[in-house]
Every structure is written in C-alpha cells, then in structure tokens.
Ligand binder design. Structure first.
Ligand SMILES: Cc1cc2nc3c(=O)[nH]c(=O)nc-3n(C[C@H](O)[C@H](O)[C@H](O)COP(=O)(O)OP(=O)(O)OC[C@H]3O[C@@H](n4cnc5c(N)ncnc54)[C@H](O)[C@@H]3O)c2cc1C
Length: 374
C-alpha cells in the first residue's frame, strides 16, 4: 500500500509507526509543514503509566524513561486562596510535547518511514487515488490550514474565553486548578509538572476580563509579567514563559460528521478537537490512530471498506469526546458565576460538570481493546 500522511504530530506519527510495524513492506510518506524544532505548547497530560497504558503514546516508545515524564496522583483545587486536595483516581502522566513528538518521530525513522519537513501545503489534486491508496490528514487545528471537505460536514466553533499556554519553571507536583479573583475579573490556571524542571501553566479568562485587564494591548513580555503577578502566590516569584509568536486566543473546536471521503481520512484534531480543560486531545489521537490501523490492516484489499469500518467505530467515541469537551469548556466560560461558592462547593461543581455523560475513559478503553486485538 502507498500511504501519504499529512502532519507529523502525535496522530500522524502514531498511525504511521503502528501501521508500518504490522506491514513493513508498505510505503509510507509523511509530510510536515514546520521544521523539526517547531512544536506548539509545553507539556500535556496523558493517561496512565508508560509502558502499561495503551492510550499513552509513551507506551509505544522503547526508551520512554528518557522523556523525564512526571506521574501525578493528586488533584489540587485552589479558590479564595484556600486549597482542597483529592486523589486523581487514576495515575496521570505529564510529558513534554516537544520530546514526545521527537521520540515518536525517531520511532518512525527507525521503521524506515521518511518524514519530509518544511513542506508546502499540498493542493487537493495531489491527494488523488491514482497517487496514493490512502491519504491520512492529521494536520491538527491551525487557524489557517484546514482540509475542508464539505462531504464530511466540517464545523468550526470558537470558545468565548481567551487562553494562553504558558510554561513555568515552578514545579506543580499535583494537577492544579487555580481560580483567582482579580480587579479586572477572574483568571483560571490549569497547571502540572511535565518534567523535573518545568510545568505547564495554561491560563484562561473571559473576553471582558481580557479586555479590562489590558492584556490585549500588552507586549508578550508585559503579559507574562502581568500573569506572573496575578498568580504570584502559586508561582512563588517564578516567571511564566510564552512561546514566541503564540497569542492569547479563543479555543477552536473543529468537528466533522464523517471521517473520510474517497481515499482521504481525517485523524486526531483534524477530525475532532476538544477543549484543553479535559486534557484528552493526544489520547484521542492515539485511540483514533489505533482504530485506523486496525481497519486499514484488516481491510487492506479494499480502502473504501476499511474507511467505512473506521468511520463506524471512530465517530461514536469522537462524538462522546466532543460532548465532554464542550460541557467542560462551557463550565469554565461561566467560572465567574461560581466564584461565590466555597472551596468544597466549587470542587464538587467541577467534579460533577461531566457526570451526566457516559464516562469517556471506559469508552476509550473499550475502543482500544478492540483495536489492539490481533
Ligand atoms: C492549551 C492546550 C492544552 C492542551 N493540553 C492537552 C493535554 O493536557 N493533554 C492532551 O492529551 N491534549 C492536550 N491538548 C491537545 C493536544 O495538543 C492535541 O489534541 C494533539 O496535539 C493532537 O494531535 P494531532 O497530531 O492531531 O495534531 P497536532 O499536534 O496539531 O499536529 C499536527 C501537525 O500537522 C502539521 N501541519 C498542519 N498543517 C499542515 C499541512 N497543511 N501540511 C503538513 N503539515 C501540517 C502541524 O505543523 C503539526 O505538526 C492541548 C491543547 C491545547 C491548545
């Protein structure tokens, strides 16, 4: 089989490495628009301990220990400068995004998969079935480069809050959620360590707070200082650091009703993205990639049948993911309404925000169990 993968993020690299392991004779080409060093964001939270958890991409690496991933078992919520701690219930893994992508890239290269960096965006005609049996579009959600296929009924929504993905050398040993009342409004930080030296520090606030605080008119350096001041107690005089070129923005959710059209199939964020507050995007990329591997491997004689099978299995889990992510996004968009609550009350409201939905981890476990059955 001749396969083109567009985008060398977790989804594309996971799919390419796992399908190639099963079919070493297949030809797989990966193209990536950025260079090898570029990677958006700091650390992400992943499920379980590597190498035991199949939804954790680190489990597929031979040398996952070199990533300096951090395991988290405690959740800490801070509100009115008062904290409540409880168990996360499951082990979570904080990992640096750049190192994880580098390790997945090296895994692909060790399997003789060619990855071409700094590639121009391909024209539609270059994806035709006479050139590739299968084209996997795993190009994430960027604000500029999508593959819009009307047949797949794409939908784009923007959240109301503004957010910024900072990193900080302050080590947050728990999964932290910090609510901070400020004269310009409420700021919320989501923070946890992802290496022995750094933590992720995602901050969000309403548009009104964003405008009133003056963040819109600040230089990136002024914004870093302002946010470090808002969370000075938790940051303990450590800075927050923004990646060059990254701006405060509204979260973009990209959804589709169908995963494939002809020989082109969507994977990862390019198929369904979901709000960062549930920390599942990379996990969904792994689950989607493994389901696609299963369908393509089992129906390699007929790509149409393979993609039909994939569509049927992946869309229900993507729908559930999108419901969980939407409920969570909306909850954070109304954070100001909850500021009058006591710390135990807001902790309870946070824990309950997705309770009306079927559990996502169980659905993902079932999907992976099926996908990994050989
Ligand atoms: C603030 C924030 C916090 C998050 N926290 C977490 C978390 O804690 N846990 C978690 O699991 N997820 C988290 N996520 C989500 C996670 O980062 C994504 O879901 C995940 O990266 C999706 O992987 P992907 O491979 O589909 O897309 P991406 O990682 O976006 O990779 C897509 C790749 O395609 C490339 N590309 C784009 N266009 C083209 C093109 N036309 N041609 C070639 N290449 C192209 C891009 O350069 C990129 O390398 C977070 C997201 C945000 C915004």
């Amino acid at each position: 089989m001749n396969i083109l993968v567009i985008g060398a993020g977790p989804a594309g690299l996971m799919f390419a490495s796992q399908i190639k392991k099963l079919n070493p004779q297949w030809h797989i080409r990966i193209i990536e628009k950025n260079n090898q060093e570029e990677s958006v964001g700091w650390g992400v939270v992943l499920p379980g301990r590597a190498p035991h958890h199949p939804a954790n991409p680190l489990s597929y690496l031979l040398d996952h220990e070199t990533l300096d991933a951090q395991y988290l078992e405690t959740f800490k919520l801070t509100h009115h400068n008062d904290s409540a701690m409880k168990s996360t219930g499951v082990t979570l893994c904080g990992a640096e995004r750049k190192s994880m992508i580098k390790a997945l890239r090296e895994l692909c290269q060790s399997l003789d998969i060619n990855i071409e960096y700094e590639q121009p965006v391909l024209e539609e005609a270059q994806l035709a079935a006479d050139q590739y049996d299968l084209v996997v579009v795993s190009n994430g959600i960027s604000h500029t480069t999508h593959f819009y296929r009307e047949a797949l009924k794409p939908k784009v929504d923007f959240g109301k809050n503004r957010y910024m993905w900072y990193g900080t050398p302050q080590l947050f040993n728990e999964m932290n959620l910090i609510f901070k009342a400020h004269s310009s409004g409420v700021f919320v930080a989501h923070s946890y360590k992802y290496s022995s030296k750094m933590s992720t520090f995602v901050v969000e606030c309403s548009e009104q707070t964003y405008q009133k605080s003056g963040l819109d008119d600040m230089t990136p350096e002024q914004a870093e200082q302002f946010i470090a001041g808002v969370f000075s107690q938790e940051l303990d005089a450590q800075p927050v650091i923004a990646q060059a070129g990254l701006k405060w923005r509204q979260f973009m959710t990209l959804s589709h009703e169908k995963a494939y059209d002809g020989n082109v199939v969507l994977l990862g964020d390019a198929l369904q993205s979901g709000h960062f507050s549930i920390g599942h995007g990379t996990t969904m990329a792994v689950v989607g990639a493994q389901l696609l591997v299963k369908s393509v491997h089992e129906h390699s004689q007929n790509v149409e049948v393979a993609l039909q099978d994939f569509n049927q299995r992946v869309m229900p889990v993507m729908k559930l993911f999108s419901q969980h992510a939407e409920i969570s996004r909306l909850w954070f968009e109304s954070a100001e309404d909850n500021m009058h609550l006591t710390t135990p009350e807001i902790a309870q409201a946070f824990a309950q925000r997705r309770a009306s939905l079927p559990a996502l981890p169980e659905a993902l476990e079932a999907a992976l169990k099926y996908a990994l059955k050989r």
